[in-house]
Write a protein that binds this ligand. Structure first.
Ligand code: P6P
Length: 339
């Protein structure tokens, strides 16, 4: 096993992991390198965004009927360019593309299928607040030829690796291949992701709760009671928490992962399945949360057990410390029992 030098690069760490887990193949390792390269390119562009007038909408609308920001488009193209010619991927799905993204003609279809939200929280772009990239990697289920929708419509329990890049006060890549959650911070002076958070685990209950309270009036009674519990109205069962909400899932999730806490995007009267997307937002983050000892549900069901039926399907999300997530499920169930 390669010794940990003073600085452990992402590459060195993954090579060490490969030695610990002989079943790991070099292809998954290389796929993570490909993502790390894309992340460096996106990070560089985000850092310069204010300078090269890349801010502001690109004019196109994405599948979410949201005006695409130029950086959204750039991040999406960067992720596709980094992945589609490698022969490691059979198909890709992106928040920014309505259909499954095929591999270019003449490129061999690899054994992995990858999903990503290239720039999560893009509404934060023009105000210089944190944004992120989220990815999840599956083994293809079709046996050969171009990837099919069935290769990406898999439950989160089938994820082989997932992670995110947080473009915040520093740029971090956090991933898990099922053996722990590991964080790497980009050293821009050398252009390398260096190991900074090995074997991350999240507290069972934390000091923060993150939810968009402007939707309070549209939530179910159970969700309202759970959030009131986080306000401190249920002191025998839940200690009051501090509210923190950045408006970017990656940033809110990462703070709670490190410091302890729970993030919620519940369904409501207007959007019964909530706003967040199962395949490229909630499932990868749930994979990370569980690998760090946390939990993720839709308020009732484990996120990773949900079998997707459509590329852009939504789900409600409660994610973070195991006890905090369990509290929400308990209060929702009590409310329904009492209904
Ligand atoms: P709201 C960003 O648009 C996003 O998809 C997530 O990153 C974020 O957590 C959520 O939506 C914020 O949504 O409705 O609170 O602005």
């Amino acid at each position: 096993m390669l010794p940990h030098t003073q600085f452990t690069t992402l590459e060195r760490f993954i090579l060490n992991q490969e030695r610990i887990h002989p079943e790991a193949t070099g292809e998954l390792t290389n796929l993570l390198y490909d993502i790390a390269l894309a992340a460096k390119v996106i990070a560089a562009q985000i850092r310069r965004a204010g300078l090269v007038n890349i801010l502001g909408a690109a004019g196109a609308m994405n599948v979410q009927d949201e005006e695409q920001q130029k950086l959204d488009v750039f991040a999406n193209e960067t992720m596709k360019d980094a992945l589609n010619h490698t022969g490691r991927v059979c198909a890709m799905g992106s928040e920014e593309d309505e259909q499954l993204i095929p591999i270019p003609e003449g490129v061999p279809a690899g054994k992995y299928a990858i999903l990503f939200d290239p720039l999560d929280g893009s509404s934060n772009i023009d105000v210089n607040a944190s944004v992120g990239t989220i990815f999840s990697i599956y083994k293809r289920v079709t046996t050969s030829g171009p990837g099919q929708l069935s290769d990406v419509l898999q439950p989160g329990t089938a994820i082989v690796a997932a992670g995110y890049i947080l473009y915040g006060s520093s740029v971090m890549m956090v991933y898990s291949a099922g053996k722990g959650v590991h964080g790497f911070t980009l050293d821009p002076t050398i252009g390398e992701f260096l190991l900074s958070h090995e074997n991350l685990s999240t507290p069972r209950t934390g000091k923060y709760y993150s939810v968009n309270e402007s939707n309070f009036g549209r939530w179910s009674k159970g969700v309202q009671l759970a959030v009131r519990g986080f306000h401190g109205d249920d002191p025998d069962r839940m200690k009051g928490k501090n509210s923190r909400y950045v408006g970017a899932l990656v940033a809110d999730f990462h703070r709670n992962l490190i410091a302890g806490g729970v993030f919620m995007y519940p369904g409501d009267i207007k959007n019964p399945k909530g706003k967040l997307r199962l395949l490229y937002e909630c499932a990868p983050m749930a994979f990370i949360a569980e690998a760090a000892g946390g939990a993720a549900t839709d308020g009732r069901r484990r996120i990773l057990d949900i079998v997707p039926t459509a590329l852009h399907e939504r789900t409600a999300l409660v994610i973070g410390g195991a006890d905090d997530v369990g509290y929400v499920s308990m209060v929702i169930a009590e409310s329904e029992d009492g209904a």
